[in-house]
Design a protein around this ligand. Structure first.
Ligand SMILES: NC(=O)c1ccc[n+]([C@@H]2O[C@H](COP(=O)([O-])OP(=O)(O)OC[C@H]3O[C@@H](n4cnc5c(N)ncnc54)[C@H](O)[C@@H]3O)[C@@H](O)[C@H]2O)c1
Ligand SMILES: O=P(O)(O)OC[C@H](O)CO
Length: 333
């Protein structure tokens, strides 16, 4: 089983190392040429996953063709906004038997497509039979440190779901199968928007009540939008829904929650993003999710306020006031 990993951010590096430690020969593609040189020399990803020495079974390359060609499985972990561009370049080198597993969490701007649709555009509709999605509550640094973690893998092809489950599972990394591709993908993408909002609440100095309200009503929004897109409601009660939402809205390691906190403390989005080398997918996914909800007519009040804070420079305090003063209604999805 030869494996290529596209994207050497913290998650791609962590998963590449997990697979290499299981004994698979793994080639990790990094966008940054100088990072490849340093990782080859030191076996440390000093840019995105410092403090961890990577397995000897792991090879590094800046050449997409070398990473993609002759592989039985390709793990795709670039930021979602560049997935299309990167995979268009890799596609001519991907063999027709290769299984593709996406671990990226986002919805493309402009097209408003989740990664399943982006990859179908690049490879053709038939790719769905060889495609799987890995998602769920999983901070890279905790997985890299071997802390027990459970995630979901979704595929429309049950054979592929089972293969991917076997390939990725370890004593510390437990993978559950799921057949709801849309739900698993959207749960992972949309929780980032709610995590931004939870961070804003923390940054404004609010407490546990506010966070619990955001998580619960955020889950209702995610479920409403997801179901309208064809997802199964039960998926949002699972690892890729509730599980990842709770992790990201409460965990100090979350980049999305951190961005939200800085916004709540009064920094501008430009200032915050200017000081980060990592990706906070929720920022761009907020735009896609807001537009998507408008297009299909789903009410998403938290996502809408997050959109106004990020893209219309609305005062976060006013966003909270507007959320709290909405017309009173019955609880439910
Ligand atoms: N880090 C985590 O804990 C974690 C866990 C689960 C899922 N994810 C998801 O994995 C995906 C990748 O995130 P990450 O955390 O590994 O990244 P990261 O924030 O650690 O690093 C940024 C990544 O973006 C890449 N990049 C920047 N500009 C690029 C360009 N123009 N073309 C190609 N690549 C470019 C960098 O090379 C690097 O791989 C995201 O969708 C994220 O939501 C991350
Ligand atoms: O650091 P974040 O906010 O991108 O979250 C990382 C993972 O998606 C958590 O499962």
């Amino acid at each position: 089983m030869k494996i290529g990993v596209i994207g050497a951010g913290s998650w791609g590096t962590t998963l590449a190392d997990l697979l290499a430690k299981k004994g698979f020969p793994v080639t990790l593609w990094a966008y940054e040429k100088d990072l490849v040189e340093r990782m080859s020399a030191t076996r440390v990803n000093d840019l995105f996953l410092p403090d961890f020495t990577l397995s000897a079974n792991l090879g590094f390359t800046n050449d997409l063709a070398a990473a993609a060609a002759g592989k039985d499985l390709l793990l795709l972990v670039p930021p979602s906004q560049v997935m299309r561009r990167v995979m268009q370049q890799a596609a001519p080198h991907v063999s027709p038997q290769t299984i593709l597993v996406s671990a990226s969490k986002g919805i493309e701007n402009d097209t408003l497509q989740p990664m399943a649709e982006v990859l179908e555009d690049v490879f053709g509709k038939q790719i769905a039979q060889r495609l799987a999605f890995l998602s769920g509550p999983s901070f890279a640094r905790e997985v890299a440190a071997g802390m027990p973690t459970a995630v979901a893998v979704a595929s429309g092809n049950p054979v592929v779901a089972e293969q991917v489950q076997e390939i990725f599972s370890t004593d510390c990394f437990r993978v559950y199968r799921n057949d709801d591709v849309v739900g698993v993908e959207l749960g992972g993408a949309l929780k980032n928007v709610i995590a931004l909002a939870a961070g804003v609440a923390d940054g404004l100095g609010f407490g546990h009540n506010s966070r619990a309200a955001l998580i619960t009503r955020g889950l209702a929004e995610i479920t409403r939008l997801g179901v309208a897109m064809g997802a199964k409601p039960a998926t949002f009660a699972g690892l890729a829904g509730m599980g990842d939402l709770v992790l990201t809205c409460t965990g100090d390691l979350s980049r999305n929650r951190t961005v939200g906190m800085e916004l709540g403390r009064g920094k501008s989005l430009e200032q915050i993003l200017g000081s980060m080398n990592m990706v906070a997918e929720g920022v761009k996914t907020t735009l896609s999710a807001f537009q998507l909800a408008g297009k299909i007519g789903v009410e998403v009040p938290i996502i809408e306020q997050m959109y106004r804070v990020l893209y219309e420079a609305k005062d976060p305090r006013q966003a909270v006031i507007d959320l709290m003063q909405r017309e009173l209604k019955a609880e439910g999805i």
